[in-house]
Write a protein that binds this ligand. Structure first.
Ligand SMILES: *Cc1c(COP(=O)(O)O)cnc(C)c1O
Length: 339
């Protein structure tokens, strides 16, 4: 199934991402290690409307428009890339945007910077919430939606990371795009695909997408929070929901969901010097900038797994650069310490 066949079976989307994104080899890194790693540049899906979330939002926001919404509700961490992409896309589509951002102390939120700065610039309203409140984010957004409805607004809720059945189409479509990339690579077996896992929608979409187009590509996720068991559950649920909701003729078992655990480090959005030094080194060998929260840890994990001889990673590997550059800007001081 090629991309135009895919678009015929997929729900309609609103075009926000600049696709297809390039798929290019690394040079310095590959030479140094003797690996064959390519990078799918989903950091180039846009400038501000960029990264992996914008692919999912093409489908989520189409659904919001179809339901005649005038306001979108979204949530994430204080430096959420997802919320930044949502705020920008909402502004572009003429929708109001309200964001729930997790901070240690909502009475004293950090100053606007990087992602949060762009969210406000785009006119999004920010409500800071505690980690405890964030733990019940779905209820929080449903309550906020009810209040807004009572005021005559038509809210649309986007769950964390747009990682649900409709959002999964974004990376199902990326799988179809990757299949075309693979056909253009030097001859050889299909590569394995590696991506970061934060809320699971990217991995779920890739797994579903390669099944839907009938191309058995191993998809390996590196989790940047929680653990493998958690994400096998989460990703399996997203796949099940998408299969049910859209009547997809595919089957996803827990065996299809491969997570390389062990690279969370100090915790979500927390770094150790080794991770920052790794980001520095790749910037210097290849001119490629990873982010400290997702792609830096994931690429470090990929490198360690390659060194250990992970059975799925023996040949060519395509790493999905899911974006997150503003997150790096928010950590300038920490990063400067390793430069
Ligand atoms: C959200 C995010 C991810 C994780 O994707 P999920 O679909 O949430 O698992 C990876 N990289 C970046 C830069 C992100 O912002």
């Amino acid at each position: 199934m090629n991309l135009s066949d895919f678009d015929r079976v997929a729900p309609s989307r609103v075009i926000l991402a600049r696709t297809p994104t390039p798929c290019e080899p690394l040079y310095g890194f590959n030479q140094q290690h003797g690996f064959d790693v390519w990078v799918k540049r989903d950091d180039l899906t846009g400038c501000v409307m960029s990264g992996n979330k914008i692919r999912k939002l093409e489908y989520s926001l189409r659904q919001a428009l179809d339901r005649d919404a005038d306001l979108v509700l979204a949530c994430g961490g204080e430096q959420s890339n997802h919320c930044r992409a949502t705020a920008a896309a909402a502004a572009r589509l003429g929708l109001a945007c309200r964001l729930f951002l997790r901070v240690p102390d909502p009475q004293n939120p950090p100053p606007l910077a990087a992602n949060s700065l762009i969210c406000r610039l785009m006119g999004a309203e920010i409500e800071y919430v505690t980690p405890d409140q964030y733990a019940r984010r779905d209820d929080l957004m449903v309550e906020a939606a009810r209040t807004e409805q009572a005021r005559g607004r038509r809210p649309y809720i986007i769950p964390e990371g747009a990682s649900n059945a409709v959002g999964a189409w974004g990376y199902m479509r990326a799988a179809a795009e990757l299949a075309a990339d693979f056909d253009a690579l030097p001859a050889g077996p299909d590569p394995a695909v590696v991506a970061a896992v934060g809320s699971g929608g990217t991995l779920a979409g890739l797994i579903l997408g390669f099944k839907l187009i009938g191309r058995p590509v191993p998809v390996i996720g590196v989790n940047v929070c929680d653990d493998a068991d958690h994400f096998i559950r989460v990703i399996h649920d997203i796949c099940r929901d998408a299969i049910q909701e859209y009547g997809l003729d595919v089957e996803v078992t827990t065996q299809d969901i491969r997570i390389a655990d062990g690279y969370v480090g100090r915790g979500y959005a927390l770094n150790q010097p080794e991770e920052l030094a790794f980001i520095r080194d790749l910037a210097r060998t290849d001119g490629l900038v990873l982010d400290p929260v997702y792609t830096g840890k994931t690429f470090l994990g990929l490198t360690r797994e390659l060194e250990k001889g992970h059975p799925d990673l023996a040949g060519r590997v395509v790493f999905i650069h899911t974006g997150g550059l503003p997150g790096l800007m928010a950590k300038g001081d920490e990063l400067a310490a390793v430069l």
